[in-house]
Write a protein that binds this ligand. Structure first.
Ligand code: ZN
Length: 277
């Protein structure tokens, strides 16, 4: 079920490609059950945290931008994906209707549905779209350094990039990918990680991929999750962007926060926290 939001004149649909449930103490290595006792609201009674694989369809002046594509048709460990195209069809959006696919970073749980297998061949899932992410991200995933990525057997960035060919166009900090939809550089989780900032009239909203993986990190800003490639830079980036969001009163959504919703960054008892709408 998609949730619908208005950010000024922009319309946003938040859809789920799937979910994963993992213990909080596993995803945030080094954290203890006692530490998690303070954060019951982000856990179920078994100590599991639910991670959504969210995608966002932003409609701006008749153009449709898809932000992140989820896992695609992948079941890997606790991760279950592949729901996105059905969820899109349920709200009347066909793959042909997407003008821009913007991917925050090239981890397989965000770029998973960019291309689809068709017999022996792969083809772009969104046939009329230009595909955009940062040049740094592209460079990293085609470099030797990426050859040791633990999920290379599940998803090949190189094969995806070969299939997309000239449909790829770099998107850098500040670029407008549609009217009122701009790129913000948020490096750390991956070298070229970016987010999208939506602005219309007096309203603003951030869609931040994995810059912040779980709302608990606003309360425990030093916690870094499993996928953070440069944890120190990731937390520095989080601090900068969370501080801006809190000060400006903008809305915040990320790929894996629960509930397919935006929320506000508020402060209580000296700590930031995420308050979903
Ligand atoms: Zn992710």
């Amino acid at each position: 079920m998609a949730n619908s939001f208005k950010i000024g004149d922009l319309e946003v649909l938040v859809l789920s490609d799937g979910t994963a449930k993992v213990p909080g103490t596993f995803y945030f290595a080094g954290t203890t059950k006692e530490q998690w006792d303070r954060h019951q609201r982000w856990q179920d009674h078994e100590g599991n945290v639910e991670f959504q694989f969210s995608s966002f369809i932003v409609s701006s002046n008749g153009r449709r931008v898809l932000v992140d594509t989820g896992l695609g048709d992948v079941q890997w460990g606790p991760m279950r994906g592949g729901a996105l195209l059905g969820e899109m069809a349920a709200v009347g959006v066909e793959p042909e209707d997407i003008d821009v696919v913007f991917v925050t970073h090239l981890h397989f749980d965000h770029a998973g549905a960019c291309v689809q297998a068709k017999g022996d061949q792969a083809r772009p899932t969104f046939p009329n779209a230009v595909y955009r992410w940062s040049a740094n991200e592209n460079k990293f995933w085609t470099s030797e350094a990426a050859a040791n990525d633990p999920v290379r057997d599940v998803f090949s960035q190189k094969n995806m990039l070969a299939t997309l060919g000239e449909r790829f166009e770099a998107a850098e900090d500040g670029d407008a990918i549609a009217p009122g939809v701009n790129v913000i550089a948020t490096p750390g989780h991956t070298p070229g990680h970016t987010g999208a900032v939506l602005s219309s009239g007096t309203e603003r909203a951030f869609i931040l991929g994995d810059t912040i993986a779980c709302p608990v990190q606003l309360e425990e800003p030093e916690w870094s999750g499993l996928g953070d490639m440069d944890p120190k830079l990731a937390r520095k980036t989080q601090e900068a962007v969370a501080s801006e969001i809190e000060a400006s009163g903008a809305l915040l959504a990320t790929a894996h926060f629960p509930g397919l919703t935006f929320g506000r960054v508020l402060r209580g008892e000296g700590r930031r926290y995420w308050s979903p709408l």
